[in-house]
Design a binder for this molecule. Structure first.
Ligand SMILES: O=c1[nH]c(=O)c2nc[nH]c2[nH]1
Ligand SMILES: [Zn+2]
Length: 435
């Protein structure tokens, strides 16, 4: 067993549904006892050391120890195309993302990028992720193999499409079903890995393809589902034309794809009827704020999600998003709500996000979206020790601001404003420290 000494901060309660003032749990001089990768006990360091005087102590004093971050929407084959600025979604897909994704037909290329992707993700403190995969079965084998080596808590799947995209990214529905099923059989439930059925979006997956996706979900209880929805106005108009309905969610719902195992990325422009249906089904939205800003997709209606009871987690959406560091997404989520107006201005619809909300969004919300809150998302007894130690170098702006913070919530606000991946001093995946 190992006893960690640190300022431990997490959000065991949901600040969107409970009192945000009490949802933050803080142990200033805390102790976390880890046995076999799991948290065996927690409390003050003094009390834990008294109870376990012979255990090894790892001193993480200074900075703060947080739960590992949970990224609920990120594209592995877009690792090398971050920063394609100046284009809306459909043009960006054509010019930036899809030409790169075509390269993943080559397994060696996919293997090299998988290692880069996972290395960068974990170095930024992300320990669990719902990953949008590649369009090629062999590339997915490379991703799962690499994730198994790293120990990432990974949910991912083959991206399937049967129209509109460039030819080499398309499958027939029958091919998609067979390839997805082979990947499920090989990888779902291996170690910390699970499978997600992943049509790219209704624009590129017609009724026959979405029907096959519904069949895969029905045939394989426990697999997850993810796709895109309501991101960009031109995309939404095309989907409405293709399906003959203005209800984007309905294109998925009619094939049994709107469930409590479904995570939809973006949802920037939902109708009330769609939010009502998502809440009834228990589906989640992965909010991707740097992507929404960079592609000019729009300002996310967080308040309407909360009012309707739709769960919201965070996604970096690399490469539309501008990096793999989830705290940056938290800050950008805050900016978006501020831009919508939270100061009582008439017409202001922004949600007032506190640092507690931001930490919840970056950690426990993602765990709940993935149905993994019994395993990860906070640092409670019984959970995997997935943790991030943030400790800035002396003299940096973050160090100076932390030293001048009034309390833990104030310190968290400074972290969201200033932290970068360079401030991550340690990451643990189920108790194993990233070397
Ligand atoms: O932000 C996005 N990134 C993508 O790669 C994508 N594909 C469909 N819709 C998408 N949106
Ligand atoms: Zn995406």
């Amino acid at each position: 067993m190992t006893l960690y000494r640190a300022t431990v901060i997490d959000t065991p309660a949901n600040p969107f549904t409970s009192d945000a003032g009490t949802a933050l749990r803080v142990e200033q001089d805390g102790g976390v006892l880890v046995h076999d990768g799991r948290i065996a006990e927690r409390g003050t360091f003094v009390s834990l050391q008294a109870a376990h005087p012979d255990e090894d102590v790892v001193d993480l004093s200074g900075g703060m120890l947080l739960p590992g971050f949970v990224d609920t929407h990120v594209h592995f084959p877009q690792t090398r195309v971050i920063g394609g600025l100046g284009m809306p979604l459909l043009e960006w897909l054509d010019k930036c993302a899809l030409p790169e994704e075509a390269r993943f037909a080559e397994p060696e290329y996919a293997a090299a990028v998988a290692r880069e992707f996972l290395g960068q993700l974990v170095r930024g403190g992300t320990t669990s992720a719902l990953v949008f995969g590649a369009h090629f079965e062999s590339a997915m084998d490379e991703l799962f193999t690499a994730a198994g080596n790293v120990g990432l808590n990974l949910t991912a799947g083959l991206v399937v499409s049967d129209r509109i995209l460039r030819e080499e990214l398309l499958y027939t529905p029958a091919q998609a079903q067979a390839a997805s099923q082979r990947l499920i059989d090989r990888w779902h439930g291996q170690g910390r890995m699970r499978y997600a059925v992943t049509p790219r979006f209704s624009l590129s997956a017609g009724d026959d393809m979405l029907k096959v996706c519904g069949q895969l979900l029905a045939d394989n209880p426990g697999v997850w589902f993810t796709s895109h929805i309501n991101e960009n106005r031109a995309e939404i108009a095309t989907v409405a034309e293709l399906f003959g309905t203005t209800d984007y969610l309905e294109s998925y719902a009619r094939h049994g794809l709107v469930t409590d195992r479904s995570v939809f990325a973006h949802n920037v422009h939902p109708s009330d009827a769609e939010l009502t249906a998502m809440a009834a089904a228990g589906s989640w939205t992965a909010h991707c704020p740097t992507s929404n800003a960079s592609l000019g997709s729009g300002l996310f209606p967080l308040g309407r999600h909360v009012e309707h009871g739709v769960g919201v987690s965070l996604g970096s959406d690399v490469g539309g998003g501008t990096g793999l560091f989830l705290l940056k997404e938290g800050l950008q989520a805050y900016f978006m709500q501020q831009l919508l107006g939270t100061d009582g201005r008439p017409g202001g619809t922004g949600y007032e996000l506190t640092p507690t909300h931001l930490l919840y969004l970056a950690t426990a919300a993602g765990a709940a979206a993935l149905g993994l809150f019994d395993r990860v998302g906070d640092l409670s007894v019984g959970k995997d020790f997935d943790a991030v130690w943030l400790r800035p170098d002396e003299g940096t702006s973050l160090a100076v601001n932390l030293a001048n913070s009034a309390d833990a919530a104030d310190a968290l606000a400074r972290v969201f404003a200033l932290a970068t991946a360079n401030d991550v001093a340690g990451v643990w995946l189920a108790g194993r420290q990233l070397s």
